[in-house]
Design a protein around this ligand. Structure first.
Ligand code: MLT
Length: 257
């Protein structure tokens, strides 16, 4: 797999911030937020999951991807890692932490959850996968788009909704189906929470209807070192809807890592 080093820190001790994207998008989803991190002395790494960002689709699992990512980070000399995952990216961050707790100096978990899918959620994902394979990304638009953003984003920034929609259409249907199956198979990470020993920032859009603020608060409270922050006027795609605030929270958090 490839990782993209989009910014190099000047100091050797600075950590690397590794950004893990949401479903069904690519590392493009960070493009609005990244400019607000330019003056921070941190190495920034992005990566695309199989089937996203022009990567060929293949079957994958959360832990398999975490192993590939770890290998690539090590090959690129990156050892102090702060993982930042939004939604599906958060599931990957948990999978990585389970395998390599000592390789991580910090965790940023945005609009995500620690629990696994229920049997009903797994069955719904399989139906969604079949639908997207039959009809293409329009199935993702119908299923997901309305739930992605806050009412403020829909009213005041319709161009953001359009951008999110265009990213859905850049993804290949097999990649979407494979990601749905990988999410359905992910492990429950609830047991990990009390043992997370690194500074953790848990943040979410105040109007997130996919991973509710209540659910996020309740898992964050089980992480001993967690700071909880909510982002006003944002829904599930908080980093895209309020990129400046999202980046400011990361900046504040990185000062303490
Ligand atoms: C995401 O934004 O990555 C998805 O909503 C995650 C999911 O479907 O569980």
């Amino acid at each position: 797999m490839t990782i993209d080093i989009v910014q190099r820190a000047s100091s050797q001790n600075a950590p690397a911030l590794v950004l893990l994207h949401a479903f069904p998008y690519s590392s493009k989803m960070w493009e609005l937020m990244l400019p607000y991190l330019h003056e921070v002395d941190v190495t920034i790494v992005t990566t695309d999951l199989p089937g996203f960002g022009g990567n060929p689709a293949r079957e994958w699992t959360m832990s398999g991807f975490a192993q590939d990512l770890h290998r690539s980070l090590v090959e690129n000399g990156i050892s102090r890692t702060v993982l930042c995952g939004l939604s599906m990216g958060g599931y990957l961050a948990f999978a990585y932490y389970r395998l390599y707790p000592n390789a991580i100096t910090g965790l940023i978990l945005a609009d995500t959850k620690a629990s696994a899918d229920t049997e009903q959620a797994k069955a719904d994902r399989e139906k969604f996968a079949q639908d997207v394979l039959a009809r293409g990304p329009i199935a993702a638009e119908e299923q997901q788009l309305a739930k992605m953003t806050s009412s403020s984003t829909k009213e005041d920034a319709p161009e953001i909704v359009e951008k999110i929609k265009s990213w859905m259409y850049e993804t290949n249907p097999q990649g979407i189906a494979n990601a749905l199956r990988a999410m359905a198979l992910r492990e429950d990470s609830t047991d990990l929470l009390p043992s997370i020993a690194v500074p953790t920032l848990v943040m979410f859009g105040e109007e997130d209807v996919i991973t509710s603020p209540e659910e996020m608060r309740s898992f964050a409270e089980k992480i001993p070192s967690a700071t909880i922050a909510s982002i006003p006027y944002a829904g599930h795609m908080s980093a895209v809807e309020q990129p400046r605030i999202f980046a400011e929270m990361i900046r504040g958090y990185l000062k303490g890592v």
